[in-house]
Design a protein around this ligand. Structure first.
Ligand SMILES: Nc1ncnc2c1ncn2[C@@H]1O[C@H](COP(=O)(O)OP(=O)(O)OP(=O)(O)O)[C@@H](O)[C@H]1O
Ligand SMILES: [Mg+2]
Length: 360
């Protein structure tokens, strides 16, 4: 999967830009505040229908405008597709794939598997388990077609169950819903567990290159004690759940544990090393997707040079290029990227006050 052409209209400080993109590495450079991250954000928005920077989607619409438009031509194994998205200040969103209106944003995500590596994606390791769970679920979603509906069912039933707990519903009534919950929870857990298992195999090699001599262990925790059957646990914890007004254990508490020896990685690794670990995780995901469903991801790497020395920049760029994926990287100084490459980038763009020009 790669984008051949991208049109951005009224997205942040980019009033209008038409980019002919390269198949491999696309370098975007420019000064602080020029609009580099906004270009990556626009690509992400087109693939996900939301931003990776702000929960408030209307913030990305250019201040002077009432709507934004994004449009791209895609190519996947010689097949062409067109994706378009329009977002209005009122909140309305319109998505088209090959001219046909699409209702569910998940169709968009399926079409465009996007991997983002930004200084903020460190939250994958630091903040609560939510972003680590999202990391697992990105892979589970793309590689198993049953995952999306099973996970949607878990969330729907849990919401209902929590409401019943708040209403002090007796267990006999809740039990009926628990049967369904257990069924979907097991499906979700099985897919996640298998995914992390496959990912781990690929990850080892990449971690060895990025962080030799560091013994990073990545493991999956399901969200409840694996020795206990989920149904029994729900029953045993009913009184506790009732007092709390929500369900304490389950697949909504699943996590990816990242450790060095007995320490959580954030206590054992430096900032640069953590960045490399995030990159290793993302690269392993992209490689696994290619192996499992023969689909390339699109990589968005914001401010790639920051916190990495020359050797690690080179290693990272090499690993990204090995995935065969289309890669977008931003940097303030182009030399910080170009000097670390064996071959020149496919395309170079300069951004200045929201205006994008291609450098031949
Ligand atoms: N809704 C908006 N409308 C217009 N301009 C906006 C909007 N949101 C943000 N901006 C402006 O867009 C500019 C570009 O921001 P962006 O984060 O893309 O810059 P950058 O090139 O990535 O900078 P840095 O090197 O500091 O990361 C900023 O000056 C910001 O003030
Ligand atoms: Mg930026």
């Amino acid at each position: 999967m790669s984008l051949t052409r991208l049109h951005i209209d009224s997205f942040r400080n980019i009033t209008s830009a038409q980019l002919q993109l390269g198949d491999g590495l696309n370098l975007i450079y420019g000064q602080n505040g020029s609009g580099k991250t906004s270009i990556l954000e626009a690509i992400y928005f087109l693939g996900m229908g939301r931003s990776f920077r702000s929960h408030l989607s209307q913030r990305v619409i250019n201040n002077q405008q009432d709507q934004l438009t994004l449009f791209a031509n895609l190519e996947q194994q010689q097949q062409q597709a067109k994706v378009g998205l329009r977002r209005f200040r009122s909140g309305e969103i319109e998505v088209k794939i090959n001219g046909d209106k699409v209702k569910r944003l998940s169709t968009l995500a399926e079409t465009l598997p996007i991997q983002v590596i930004t200084p903020e994606s460190f939250s994958l390791l630091f903040e609560g388990p939510k972003s680590r769970r999202q990391f697992i679920d990105w892979g589970a979603f793309h590689t198993d077609k049953n995952f999306y509906s099973a996970w949607a069912n878990v969330r729907r039933i849990l919401k209902h169950r929590n409401q019943m707990l708040k209403n002090e519903t007796p267990y006999q009534q809740i039990q009926f819903w628990d049967k369904e919950l257990v069924r979907y929870a097991e499906m979700v857990t099985q897919i996640r567990k298998q995914y992390v298992g496959s990912l781990n195999e690929l990850l080892k090699g990449i971690i060895e290159e990025f962080l030799p001599q560091v013994d990073v262990k990545v493991s999956f925790t399901r969200g409840w004690d694996s020795k206990t059957h989920y149904h029994e646990l729900l029953q045993a914890q009913y009184l506790r759940d009732l007092a709390a007004g929500h369900t304490a254990s389950g697949p909504h508490k699943a996590d990816l544990r990242l450790r060095v020896g007995t320490l959580p990685v954030q206590d054992a690794l430096s900032r640069g090393q953590l960045k490399l670990l995030v990159c290793a995780l993302r690269i392993a995901q992209g490689k696994l997707l290619k192996q499992q469903i023969n689909k390339n991801s699109i990589y968005l790497v914001d401010d790639l040079p920051s916190e990495l020395d020359a050797r690690h920049r080179q290693l990272l760029l090499q690993q990204l290029s090995d995935t065969g994926a289309q890669v977008f990287v931003t940097a303030i100084e182009p030399a910080a990227i170009i000097d670390s490459l064996n071959t020149p980038p496919a395309k170079v763009f300069h951004v200045e006050q929201g205006r994008v020009t291609v450098i031949e």
